[in-house]
Design a protein around this ligand. Structure first.
Ligand code: SF4
Length: 449
C-alpha cells in the first residue's frame, strides 16, 4: 500500500534543510504522497527509509518491461484515468498470435508481417511490438523450437502462452535472455510459474476468473517475490472485459489498491471470429486501458488504424505534434526547383509534403518552427508573419541551394506577402493554394520566372 503524507514525513530527516526545493520536510512528504515529487530530490534520506519510501513514490500502476534493448515494450506506469488530466505514458503494445500448431509457412508469413508492417507518420515509425506464442500442441519440445525460431528470426518481444509450467520452462530455455512475458499464472499453477519467473527474471501475466481472483493471485505472486506483473481478469466478453479494464485502473488509481496496480493484457483475438469486429474491439482497448493487445493476425488495413489511434491516444493533448524546423528536399530537388514554406504542425507538414510528393515535382519545403501550430493559428498568433519568416528564410541556407529567388507561401498567409517582399530583399513572394489538395496542380504550372 502506498504511504500517506504523514507516514512519509515520519521517515524523513525532519531537518527542513530545503535542499529538495521545498521549505519543509512535511511539504516534501505531501508532494511525494501526491506523486508530484521524486524521492531522489532529498539527498539526506537514510537507506532504510529509502527502501520503505520507494513504494510511496512509485506510480499507482507500476511499469513493466517486456523484452530487451531498444525495441523492448514498456507498459503501465499510468497515473491518471483520463488523458486530459495528463498525458498517458508508455503506449500499449500490439502482439500477433502464433500457435505451435501452425504450419511452417504460416509462422513465416506471420513473422514477415511483424517485420514488414511498419509505417512512417509524423516522423515516427509505427509498428507492432510483440509475438504471442501459444502452445496448443501440448508438446514442450515443439514449443521450445518455435520460441527459438521466433527469437532467431525477429526482434519481436515475446509472450510465452501456456498454462503448463513445464511448457513455459521449455519456452524460456529458448528465449529467457529476451525477457519474455510468461502467460499465464493461474490459481492452479501460480507457485511454479512464480518460481520460473524469479529464476529467469522475467515478468508474469496472471489469468484469473474475475477481479476478486485476480486481486488474490496478484497479492500472492507479489508476496512470493514476483515484482513484474501483467493482469488479465479472464473475461472474453467485450462488455465485461471493457468494464474490467476500467475497474482495474480505477481501483489502482482512485483506491490505491496495489494488487491492481499493474498493466493489463487483453485478447480481442478470443472475443470474436470476425476480423473487422476484432479490430473494433481492439480499438476500444487502445483507448481504455489495454497494456498489451493480442490480435489473431495482422493485416495492414486494420493494423494501421490501430497504430494511428495509439499514436493519438498516447500523445499529449496539450502539446501539438511538431516537426523539426529546417529544409526538406522532396522528389530530389535541384537549384531550379520551387521553394515552399509551411508551419511545423506535424499534420500540416505531412499533408503538404505528401501533396508535393504526389505531384512528382521536385521541390524544397521550408518548415518554420511555429511551436506546433498550424499555418492559420500560427499566423493569428504572430508566429507565421513576415517578421518571423524572413529571418528564418535568411538563416535556413535555402538561398545557397537554388538559383532563383521565388518563395511560395501558403494561401492562408497571403496577407504576409507584401511584408515578406520588404523583409526579403530580392525575393519574389508567390501566394500558393489555401488547400493542400491543390498543391500538385500549382506545382505543375510553377515557373521560376
Ligand atoms: Fe527535508 Fe530532505 Fe527536503 Fe531537507 S531535502 S527539507 S531533509 S525532505
Amino acid at each position: 500500500m502506498p504511504l500517506t503524507g504523514i507516514e512519509i514525513f515520519k521517515l524523513l530527516p525532519k531537518t527542513n534543510c530545503k535542499q529538495c526545493g521545498v521549505p519543509t520536510c512535511l511539504a516534501f512528504a505531501m508532494s511525494l504522497a501526491a506523486g508530484k515529487a521524486e524521492l531522489s530530490a532529498c539527498p539526506n534520506v537514510s537507506e532504510e527509509a529509502k527502501a520503505k519510501l520507494t513504494e510511496a513514490s512509485a506510480p499507482p500502476i507500476l511499469p513493466v518491461i517486456i523484452g530487451v534493448g531498444e525495441r523492448a515494450l514498456k507498459i503501465g506506469g499510468q497515473t491518471v484515468m483520463f488523458r486530459h488530466e495528463k498525458r498517458f505514458d508508455n503506449p500499449c503494445g500490439f502482439a500477433i498470435l502464433i500457435s505451435d500448431n501452425m504450419s511452417e509457412t504460416e509462422v513465416n508469413a506471420r513473422l514477415d508481417k511483424f517485420k514488414t508492417l511498419v509505417y512512417e507518420r509524423v516522423g515516427l515509425k509505427l509498428r507492432p511490438d510483440a509475438v504471442a506464442l501459444k502452445c496448443e500442441s501440448g508438446d514442450a519440445a515443439k514449443f521450445e523450437a518455435l520460441a527459438a525460431k521466433v527469437k532467431q528470426n525477429s526482434e519481436a518481444n515475446i509472450i510465452l502462452m501456456s498454462d503448463k509450467p513445464e511448457v513455459l520452462a521449455a519456452g524460456l530455455k529458448a528465449c529467457a535472455d529476451r525477457r519474455p512475458l510468461l502467460y499465464a499464472a493461474n490459481k492452479f499453477n501460480y507457485e511454479q510459474v512464480a518460481e520460473l519467473a524469479k529464476a529467469n527474471k522475467v515478468p508474469v501475466a496472471i489469468k484469473a476468473d474475475g477481479l476478486d481472483e485476480l486481486a488474490d493471485l496478484s497479492a500472492k505472486l507479489t508476496q512470493s517475490g514476483v515484482k513484474d506483473l501483467v493482469l488479465d481478469a479472464g473475461s472474453r466478453n467485450m462488455k465485461q472485459a471493457f468494464q474490467d479494464q476500467i475497474a482495474i485502473r480505477a481501483l489502482a488509481l482512485n483506491k490505491k489498491f496495489r494488487p491492481m496496480g499493474y498493466p493489463t493484457i487483453v485478447f480481442p483475438c478470443e472475443m470474436t471470429a470476425n476480423p473487422m469486429m476484432e479490430t473494433v474491439i481492439a480499438s476500444a482497448f487502445v483507448a481504455k486501458y489495454g497494456g498489451i493487445i493480442v490480435l489473431s493476425d495482422f493485416q495492414g488495413h486494420s493494423l494501421f488504424p490501430l497504430l494511428v489511434e495509439r499514436l493519438n491516444i498516447y500523445t499529449d493533448p496539450q502539446r501539438p505534434l511538431a516537426t523539426t524546423e529546417g529544409i526538406y528536399p522532396i522528389n530530389n530537388p535541384v537549384e531550379t526547383s520551387p521553394v515552399l514554406i509551411t508551419s511545423n504542425f506535424s499534420l500540416t507538414y505531412f499533408i503538404v509534403s505528401g501533396e508535393i510528393e504526389n505531384s512528382k515535382v521536385p521541390a524544397w519545403l521550408l518548415v518554420k518552427d511555429t511551436e506546433g501550430l498550424s499555418v492559420m493559428t500560427a499566423w493569428a498568433a504572430g508566429k507565421f508573419v513576415a517578421d518571423a519568416l524572413a529571418p528564418f528564410v535568411k538563416k535556413s541556407g535555402i538561398a545557397d541551394k537554388v538559383n532563383h529567388r521565388k518563395l511560395t507561401i501558403p494561401g492562408h498567409a497571403a496577407a504576409e506577402s507584401g511584408g515578406l517582399e520588404e523583409e526579403l530583399q530580392g525575393w519574389k513572394i508567390e501566394v500558393g493554394p489555401r488547400e493542400g489538395a491543390h498543391i500538385p496542380a500549382y506545382l505543375k504550372q510553377w515557373k521560376a520566372n
